[in-house]
Design a protein around this ligand. Structure first.
Ligand code: FPP
Length: 244
């Protein structure tokens, strides 16, 4: 990493969401197959996760594969799954190094539908890093915000139907508690690179009050300096949560 001056921030987000977008265009610009963009994107993911830990961010959620991404050509889907596999195998090999870095990894999204060997690797990685506390990296795989809310609401409805709770007991806190993110704060900041201005079914419930920050930079080109720029912009935003 080149020498980067880290500003002394007056306020840091507790939780940042990142939509890793632009890998395909990054590859296309270079006349490469799309999967090469995802390989490069995975390197950026690793670099930015570690840098975020260094500057004191406690929780990051990366959008890696959405419930809609299955619509992509099969060979691209397979390549992305293979990148996840290789990352997890490598994380296992570099366990000691990761332990030192204090990185806890966790996956959010539906495991059903993912290759079973990948799910096993995900579970091993989660179990192996569960004691770490410097930073929590959530990776959203086969994740969709609407699907997450729907499943959460179904579980609540089942409790109501069985008489365990009354429909009047249902409140926002109960819905929040039914989501994958029940034990972490809502994201204060969501970053989307690649010049697209939407949140694409990412942390749909949780992002109600998130600050949004966009950049034209494609995800594989996203650097530590871009993260700093987003954090400096966040620092300047006055968050009122509907108050004055
Ligand atoms: C969106 O860019 C990116 C994806 C759907 C895949 C993201 C996956 C990775 C970066 C790999 C992550 C690896 C680990 C280990 C978590 P796009 O393909 O939509 O880009 P485009 O809009 O330019 O086509």
């Amino acid at each position: 990493m080149e020498n980067i001056k880290i500003p002394s921030f007056t306020v840091l987000p507790e939780h940042i969401g990142i939509i890793m977008d632009g890998n395909g265009r990054w590859a296309k610009k270079r006349g490469l197959p799309r999967y090469k963009g995802h390989i490069e994107g995975a390197k950026t993911f690793r670099r930015i996760g570690e840098f975020a830990a260094d500057i004191g961010i406690k929780c990051l959620t990366f959008y890696a594969f959405s419930t809609e991404n299955w619509k992509r050509p099969q060979e691209e889907v397979d390549a992305i799954m293979q990148i996840f596999r290789e990352y997890l195998l490598e994380a296992e090999e570099r366990k000691a190094e990761n332990e030192e870095k204090g990185i806890r990894l966790r996956f959010i999204g539906e495991r059903n539908g993912l290759p079973p060997d990948l799910v096993a690797l995900m579970e091993d990685t989660e179990a192996g890093s569960s004691g770490k506390s410097r930073i929590l990296l959530n990776i959203a795989v086969n994740y969709g915000g609407r699907r997450e809310i729907t499943e959460g609401v179904k579980a609540i409805a089942r409790r109501a139907a069985s008489g365990e709770i009354s429909p009047d007991d249902i409140d926002e806190a109960m819905i929040s508690q039914s989501l994958y993110t029940k034990d972490i704060p809502d994201p204060d900041l969501i970053i989307r690179p690649s010049g697209e201005y939407r949140t694409s079914n990412f942390l749909t419930w949780q992002s109600a009050y998130s600050e949004l920050w966009f950049t034209d930079v494609l995800w594989p080109d996203f650097t530590e300096k871009d993260l700093i720029e987003a954090l400096l912009a966040f620092e300047k935003r006055g968050r009122r949560f509907g108050g004055v």
